[in-house]
Design a protein around this ligand. Structure first.
Ligand SMILES: C[S@@+](CC[C@H](N)C(=O)[O-])C[C@H]1O[C@@H](n2cnc3c(N)ncnc32)[C@H](O)[C@@H]1O
Length: 213
């Protein structure tokens, strides 16, 4: 029996308009979708499994390894698979010829599109599931940082941490719920005042030198 390649599909930042046609095709062809209920739930007719990181290998990886020869499996990840996604785990257990990747539009891409700026000079950093340790050095070393967060930290908490580390001369742009109807792009200074600075939701923060306009 031919072995199907596991397909890791980048789902973009959220709204369906940002899902590329090839991603939709791979999802339609799949027998089972693996991913968070937020992503798999977009395709209600499909068999779906959530993510379980417990165990070694993680339970979800074991499921994929055991079933990939008889089922076409699409693993759905938010944004682009190459940026802080489950691909990092999966690639430790599959050989390159055993999987393929469909790129997605990253939250970082969309954040810079909203800012109407290029981002080849941006340093991408994540505090998703990690402590803030190291962020001060990253911000001191890089004039433009795109920071991925995880819903635990508000922009104000990040600003306070940076100020305690001696960083005062930066602007922070908080890009929340990108592509969704409630999308917000808010510029904050290091005082990080105002209700939006308290929001611990789904956001990318761009930290950069202050601009004159
Ligand atoms: C585990 S990382 C995955 C990043 C993803 N692979 C990408 O390319 O965007 C999840 C983080 O990405 C950011 N993110 C993902 N979708 C977002 C959205 N629609 N709006 C704002 N930030 C988003 C948030 O910082 C979130 O906590």
């Amino acid at each position: 029996m031919p072995v199907e390649k596991v397909c890791v599909v980048g789902m973009g930042p959220g709204a369906e308009d940002y899902l590329i046609p090839l991603a939709r095709k791979k999802i339609e062809e799949a027998d089972v979708l693996v991913g968070s209920p937020r992503l798999t739930g977009l395709f209600p007719g499909k068999e779906a499994r959530g993510l379980d990181f417990s165990g070694e290998p993680p339970t979800t990886v074991s499921y994929i390894l055991e079933n990939r020869q008889r089922k076409r499996i699409a693993v759905l990840v938010s944004g682009d698979p190459g940026l802080y996604s489950f691909l990092g785990v999966l690639a430790r257990y599959l050989r390159p010829e055993e999987y393929e990747i469909v790129p997605g539009i990253s939250s970082v891409q969309l954040a810079f599109a909203r800012l109407k700026e290029s981002w080849e000079d941006a340093f991408i950093h994540s505090v998703h599931g990690r402590k803030l340790d190291g962020l001060i050095e990253v911000v001191k070393q890089h004039p433009k940082v795109a920071l991925l967060t995880d819903g635990r930290l508000s922009p104000r908490e990040i600003a306070l941490y940076l100020r305690a580390g001696g960083i005062e001369d930066r602007e922070m742009v908080v890009c929340s719920d990108l592509s969704y109807p409630g999308e917000r792009v808010t510029r904050l200074d290091m005082e990080a005042a105002g209700p939006q600075a308290e929001d611990k939701g789904n956001y990318v923060m761009i930290i950069r030198g202050k601009r004159s306009c």
